[in-house]
Design a protein around this ligand. Structure first.
Ligand SMILES: [Zn+2]
Length: 355
């Protein structure tokens, strides 16, 4: 994909008013859609906004497979319940061309190139292919001008935000997709691999003015931060609180400005998977579940994933135990060394006494 123009959607290009108001480019949903089914509880999980963040695309894929495996082929009630009550949207790779570039390089040289941005070729004369393109997570139409000044000077840097908000087809596609489903999407998770962080909007402001701009939402994020089973050491807050930086044109921020505004209809092929799975889970009687299980046991590649996961988990546990043993042995050795040194000192002291 190449960069393009979409000036029809740009409404806010004036200077900020005296009191800082949220600068939001209109989130117009495509005409064919009214924004998804308001009665649905849908969740969207995206990955690979940044090409080199390979794990971020595996998370949505793993979640999709886990739901299918546990809920459909393994008949686990917990997952069937989730599938029956929630619609899942997955966009595993937002930055498709960047991810493809990483893949090509891997095939050629077995190196993971340090490609973050998209493949917009506009600046390829100035930057090499690895460092050209636009940072898609700085290209959304909220706080774009206010906070991107520092990034807008470095064409080849990691954070080049593009010439204007939504200059890129990928950010436009996500805007339109979310807009088309905004009434049913109750939560959106954009996966990255920057670190052990749980980051929530608004990222383009310090202090975070989320209570003014999206009243009631901070409590939801804080509830998740407190109660979700995050590993120890996970940082939580907006980007300034977590990484000490304000990010203009951020996807999370923009998504929160697209909160539901009315009734609509569902219209995307990406929702078909969720719909099919949900129908299957709903319609399954005990008998049909048994037959589905029978069929799935014949060809069940998903069980291979489960087995691999269990094996990896076991290997990790073995490694952790070995590391603990090593640590204890090292502590014992250090203590023994200390004791020996002390004995030698006492020995020397008593020698001196004898002299
Ligand atoms: Zn990222």
């Amino acid at each position: 994909m190449a960069g393009g123009d979409d000036s029809g959607n740009l409404l806010a290009t004036k200077k900020p008013a005296k009191v800082e108001q949220p600068k939001v480019i209109a989130a117009e949903a495509p005409k064919a859609s009214k924004g998804g089914n308001v009665d649905e509880n849908a969740i969207l999980v995206t990955g690979a906004t940044h090409a080199r963040e390979l794990l971020s695309m595996q998370v949505p894929m793993f979640l999709a497979l886990k739901l299918l495996h546990q809920g459909v082929t393994q008949d686990k009630e917990k997952y069937q319940q989730m599938l029956a009550t929630t619609k899942f949207h997955f966009v595993p790779i937002v930055n498709v061309d960047g991810a493809s570039f990483v893949e090509e390089n891997w095939k050629e040289s077995h190196k993971i190139v340090d490609k973050r941005k998209n493949m917009n070729p506009a600046n390829e004369g100035t930057c090499d292919r690895e460092n050209s393109g636009v940072d898609l997570n700085r290209n959304y139409g909220v706080d774009w001008e206010a906070e991107n000044g520092k990034n807008a000077t470095d064409l080849c840097g990691d954070f080049w935000p593009g010439d204007k908000p939504f200059s890129e087809p990928e950010s436009r596609a996500m805007r339109d997709y979310i807009g088309a489903n905004r009434n049913e999407l109750k939560f959106v998770i954009n996966c990255h691999t920057i670190g052990n962080d749980f980051i929530w909007p608004f990222n383009g402001r310090e202090p975070n003015d989320i209570d003014d701009r999206a009243p009631g939402y901070l409590a939801i994020f804080q509830d998740i931060a407190e109660n979700a089973p995050f590993p120890d050491g996970v940082m939580k807050g907006n980007s300034y609180e977590v990484i000490g930086d304000k990010m203009g044109g951020d996807a999370d921020d923009y998504t929160l400005t697209m909160r539901p505004s009315g009734k609509g209809e569902m219209n995307s092929w990406l929702t078909i998977l969720g719909e099919q799975v949900k129908k299957h889970a709903k319609a399954s009687s005990k008998a049909s579940k048994a037959s589905a299980k029978e069929t799935s046991s014949e060809i069940n590649p998903l069980s291979i994933i489960d087995a691999a996961y269990a094996k990896a988990k076991q290997a990790h546990a073995v490694k952790v135990r070995a590391e603990e043993r090593e640590k204890k042995a090292a502590l014992r050795a250090a203590a023994a060394k200390k004791r020996a040194a002390r004995r030698a000192q006492i020995g020397r002291a008593s020698c001196r006494e004898r002299v």
